[in-house]
Ligand binder design. Structure first.
Ligand SMILES: Cc1ncc(C[n+]2csc(CCOP(=O)(O)OP(=O)(O)O)c2C)c(N)n1
Length: 563
């Protein structure tokens, strides 16, 4: 006979789980009591449950496997919410396990009771409250499968404390969980062959075609197929924020990032294109700007695993539902070889010298170049949210697949530091840099303690501009430069690092970059580097919210600093 808590552990082990991010408390204590008997499960004690969810998300994105987080009922469970919402928006397979008050207490406003099922309903793919121990093993197995199946996403399992203490004979779950790798769903769409044929015809007749690549390409590991499609047809490739690193940056057909902070030539290419092949992206508003004026001449071929995405945000000429790798492979077979030299030249003609908006040498370019150099280009960059996120997206040269990880859909500040811990655990031995602004870093910097206690050698970079920079930039452009509540004080990060017993550095001069970043990178443990960047630097170009991709802002308002 095993208790529910023991079954929970066994079911996780049976599902191939190796790492669990969590934080104990009253309603989840039986699980924590059982945990030491399952050494196959490495538990990472975070400092805030939000970090557990982000870390599980980072682990999932880096490994393609399910990331697991655990919290107690009430405040523990609600602290997971931001992380689950981030995983939901970016289709990351996370399973969250929450303790709940015992069944007879549910609905009585018991101590630390919250309706986490109700709260997480819109931000999970599915959630379960386990009503009897006999369901537990099956529910865990099913949750693991649901998180990965098709379009991935988070799943929550709420386990009342008395269910954790119930005893029953354990039988290994029947469900489909073991494999942990994402199943392909070839031939998912009934009109698939027809769709591929139509798409191939549109591509053959196009004069100004583009491929737009989103996160679905990374989730489906369709890198080689997308590259084959581009190289067989010569069609230039655009990568969305979450599609970055799905196509090599230095490739002659790679154009860059579209949308609100996309390069001028990329957005112009979209506005001039006559056919767009969108693979695994949802054409969200940060990519399209005002949809009424998005790609006015283009017929759109949209390939997506989720039927409900087709035609949701932009009108589609050909929609093909299915796995990005499978469909792209079929498309490669169906298209005739062609080249788009003149179109590519045309796009390069749209290029503008980048509007520099920082004074001095300690530019985001220089900082990112030093990080790339220190790790010889072989690291994963996990960015937070804000101006630095855009610089990290646009300026770092991503050569390997899935080496750029960020909270795209939710845009959750505080993501980078904990998510980077998850990435490290998924890719031990590989260098991981968490790059944050001084605002977002302060949201989850308590996780340095987790890194120290658990021995996670994450490298942390803080771009310190003394402001909540991206909001300050919007205030500068759209609120008459009224910097309301955006100047932000920071502690002395070098002393902070010292307090945690890790190396800490402050860089004020570009001449120190190589030495300092190299030292931080080579240190065997976690390290923190603060970069004192230009305070009122801006991210250019910029499409105003709701504006057209054709009308970028490329300089600060006249008379204002930061030009
Ligand atoms: C949790 C959360 N709160 C608020 C915001 C709104 N927001 C977006 S960017 C930003 C400023 C970020 O400042 P900082 O972390 O210093 O980075 P910077 O923009 O200066 O690079 C804010 C407040 C958010 N995205 N997430």
């Amino acid at each position: 006979m095993l208790s529910g808590a023991e079954i929970l552990c066994r079911a996780l082990v049976d599902a191939g789980v190796e790492v669990v991010f969590g934080y104990p408390g009253g309603a989840i204590m039986p699980f924590y009591h059982a945990l030491p008997d399952h050494p196959q499960l490495r538990h990472i004690l975070v400092r805030h449950e939000q970090a557990a969810a982000h870390a599980a998300d980072g682990y999932a994105r880096a490994s393609g496997r399910v990331g697991v987080c655990v919290a107690t009922s009430g405040p523990g469970a609600t602290n997971l919410v931001t992380g689950l919402a981030a995983a939901h928006m970016d289709n990351s397979p996370v399973v969250a396990i929450t303790g709940q008050v015992s069944r007879p207490m549910i609905g009585r406003d018991a101590f630390q009771e919250t309706d986490i099922i109700g709260i997480t309903l819109p931000i999970t793919k599915q959630n379960y409250q386990v009503q009897d121990v006999s369901e537990l093993a099956e529910v865990v197995a099913e949750a693991m499968a649901v998180a990965l199946d098709g379009r991935p996403g988070p799943v929550l399992i709420d386990v009342p404390k008395d269910v954790q203490n119930q005893k029953i004979a354990y039988g290994a779950p029947r469900a489909r969980a073991r494999g942990q790798s994402r199943p392909l769903t070839p031939g998912a769409s009934p009109g698939l062959e027809d769709g591929v044929r139509k798409a191939a015809r549109l591509i053959a007749g196009a004069e100004r075609p583009l491929i737009m690549v989103g996160h679905g390409v990374i989730l489906a590991q369709a890198y080689n197929d997308v590259r084959a499609l581009a190289e067989k047809t010569g069609i230039p490739v655009i990568t969305t924020l979450l599609g970055i690193s799905a196509f090599p940056d230095g490739h002659p057909l790679h154009l860059g990032m579209p949308g609100m902070h996309g390069e001028v030539h990329v957005n112009r290419a979209i506005q001039h294109a006559d056919v767009i092949i969108g693979i695994g992206l949802r054409f969200d508003d940060r990519v399209t700007g005002n949809t009424a004026s998005f790609a006015p001449q283009a017929r759109i071929i949209h390939i997506d695993l989720d039927r409900s995405e087709i035609g949701k945000n932009v009108p589609v000429a050909v929609g093909i539902v299915g796995d990005a790798r499978d469909i792209t492979r079929r498309l490669v077979a169906a298209v005739e070889p062609r080249w788009c030299e003149r179109w590519l030249e045309h796009i390069h003609g749209f290029k503008r010298p980048r509007a520099e908006s920082y004074r001095g040498d300690l530019s985001p370019d220089a900082i990112l170049a030093s990080i790339c150099e220190a790790s010889q280009g072989d690291c994963t960059i996990v960015s937070d949210v804000g101006q630095h996120q855009m610089w990290v997206a646009k300026l770092y040269p991503y050569r390997r697949p899935n080496t750029h990880i960020t909270s795209g859909g939710l845009g959750a500040m505080g993501f980078a530091v904990p998510a980077a811990m998850g990435v490290h655990l998924a890719r031990p031995g590989h260098t991981v840099w968490a790059i944050s602004g001084d605002g977002g870093f302060q949201m989850n910097m308590a996780e340095i303690a987790t890194m120290v206690q658990e021995g996670l050698p994450v490298k942390m970079a803080v771009f310190n501009n003394g402001y909540l920079g991206m909001v300050r930039q919007w205030q500068q452009f759209f609120h008459g430069k009224r910097y309301s509540c955006t100047p932000i004080w920071s502690p002395d990060y070098v002393k902070l690092a010292d307090a945690y017993g890790i190396p800490g550095y402050r860089v004020t001069d570009a001449r120190d970059l190589t030495g300092v970043v190299g030292r931080a990178n080579a240190d065997p443990g976690p390290a923190l580097v603060e970069f004192m960047i230009e305070q009122e630097a801006n991210v250019f170009p910029m499409i105003p919210p709701g504006g057209s991709l054709s009308e970028p802002i490329e300089a600060a308002p006249a008379g204002a600093p930061g030009n």
